[in-house]
Ligand binder design. Sequence first.
Ligand code: SAH
Length: 220
Amino acid sequence: MAQELLKYERQREEMVNRQIQARGIIDPNVLAAMRKVPRHLFVSEALADQAYGDFPLPIGDQQTISQPYIVAEMTQALELSGKDRVLEIGTGSGYQAAILAEIAFRVYTIERIHPLFLKARKLFDELYYHNIITRYSDGTTGWRDESPFDAIIVTAGAPKIPQVLVNQLAVGGRMVLPVGGRHAQELLKIYRDDDGIHQSSLGGCRFVKLVGEHGWTVHR
Ligand code: SAH
């Protein structure tokens, strides 16, 4: 058991050095979180030994846990401080939410597939992530009662930027989301300030579909 933990700790260190730092991620809080969160617990036991590899992995229900570098890149782009309240759409395995929870004040995360929602919620309990608030619903409409958010991250690909989510972003807030077609998207970063909305691109990416009222419809 202790040996097993040490093995995964070493794999995490190697992951951060070779995949994350080597590709230019510099935010010390992001690097520390990636060194700390036990990613192997967010995948099935059969895949635990592959958890620190440079690729996404299946998590059931045709969904995936993102590649470690993408998680780091999106988290860094959110420019988090310890005070931020963050909204995540697409809890999935819960790994991204755990990384956010290490850095932000509080994380609100929404998942639309019930078994994934239940599994992630249980894991957050077991790992004592008391600053993660979970919800089972369509995240494309956001979480109005808890808005505005300092940061919003969408971890599934949207056909266009959901305006409802932009509206739930605080002035000074940052949002990161993949936008584009079904098979390939562009990772966008959105800033909201007094003048309105500013947008920049972080490059190409490939995510599972954001399905919901302001995303893709279920059957398409
Ligand atoms: N952040 C996750 C990535 C999971 S993949 C992780 O770290 O593992 C994307 C997830 O978004 C899937 O679980 C999918 O079911 C979910 N999703 C897609 N559309 C959604 C919606 N409208 N509301 C909430 N979750 C959604």
